[in-house]
Design a protein. Sequence first.
Lengths: 297, 261
Amino acid sequence: MTSLFPTTRRTAPADRTRPSTTPGDHVSTPSSDVALDVRALKKIYEGAGRQVEAVRDLTFSVARGELVCIVGPSGAGKTTLLRGIAGLLPLTSGEVVLDGARVTGPPAGMAVVFQEYGRSLFPWLTVRQNVELPLKEKGLKKAERREKVEAALEAVGLADSGDAHPWQLSGGMQQRVAIARAVAYEPSVLLMDEPFAAVDAQTRADLEDLVRTLWHRLGVTVLFVTHDIEEAVYLGQRVLVLSNRPTVILEDVTVDLPDVRDQLETRSTARFAELRHHVYELVQKAKKGYRPDGEAV
Amino acid sequence: MTVRKALTQLVLALALPVVLVAVWWFASAGSTSFFWPPLSRIVEVFPETWDAERLVNDVLPSLARLAIGYSIALVAGVALGSAIGLNPTLRAFLEPTLEFFRAIPPPVLVPIIALFAGYTGWTSKIVTIALGCLWPILLNAVEGVRGLDEVLVDTSRSYRLRRRTHLFQVVLRGSSPQVAAGARQALSIGVILMVISELFGANRGLGASIVQFQRAFAVPQMWTGIILLGLIGFALSVLFRVVEHYSLAWYRGLRQADRGA
């Protein structure tokens, strides 16, 4: 396949202590610094008398501290993939390895932000209690919990809303609560399943910047699933483009945009347009049933 | 403005009862019928009929049996209902049988229960009340637990909430609006069964008193018993609503927010 874009997987994460990162100046890191390793993940749903192969073969890894986006046509099995990685769905074959340990159920080092924020927050708890509940389960002391909860709410800009109930807040604010809960949990990998699909465009831009900011500040590894091509290019260091069902990876696109991103500046650069164009074409091809070389349709 | 609004509400709520009482009062005023005494006569005998002795020995025991039976039904219904709601195999196994037992009107069980648990003691009456109240609570708890949002369940799993936390913080809280709906139905069934359980072979209790007045042709006294029952049912329903108002405040807010969106 001829492409202008590097398709080889970058093994080194961007060193985010430096203000800006350009491709090629990464120090290669040992493979032990892989936070999340997905190997030959396969999922076949057993329906009434028929089998549906949702995910055929997914293999990729996410280095510690990396922000990787997964984008694909609708119905590409993105949610299946994410639930599989999160340990919420038994896999047909293949394995997911988080921090060197194989995932068999929801792992301790992972937090998930779901698309349906309104249904993922506990409506009978206040915002603060929602963020605090997983920490309680971890067995943290009260003072420590309080500190982490306040810090997380502060980080997402909701320091004043701790006593409200989630349903008293707007959709964007509710998703901030879900992000705060995930961040306070201090996961090694943060999974986000189309988290901004249900909020309006302006709120979405704010939340995208929030994710970038938190990722920079906390050094967490982020795997961000979306159907929005621009969002994927804007947020990610890499974009994994999925085929249609049964899902495989079409291409692993490295996003060589400057590390400091800005909704107006970044989105109007020539490079952003090129990358967007490229990913867009890939998704269009995926929709038409295009599969990588050597793959039988 | 709010005071005026509250006053309007109060007038609206009281208007019909006041009219009904007035109609009863005047329509029965000159009544000489033995079975249809004037309301003034009924009101007159009320205090002497329900004196302290009768309240302590008839009314309170009846209410205590209702409270015990209802509590047993609530605890058993929620516990069993959650177990069935969480376990599809258990549900497939139990549901047809439960539907059968639910279809039997509880009053017909009274003689059977009495055969096993005795006619005069508290046990048979409590069992009758508990059995009757159990079904609406149990079936609503099953539905409530089954209807739990799967995203909430996924959230609970992905944050590795312990079984106990999951049960108390997610399953029970999440199904509580539906359980409350069942509990409200059960309460009125409970009041009915409190009376019915005393109709056979009991000599003390609110229901037994009414039957004895009837048999002794103490008609005005019988009427006071019926009025007292109505008042107790009303008071219990108000009490229930107050408890529900505070414990399910989140649910009201959530529904309002959903409607507004």
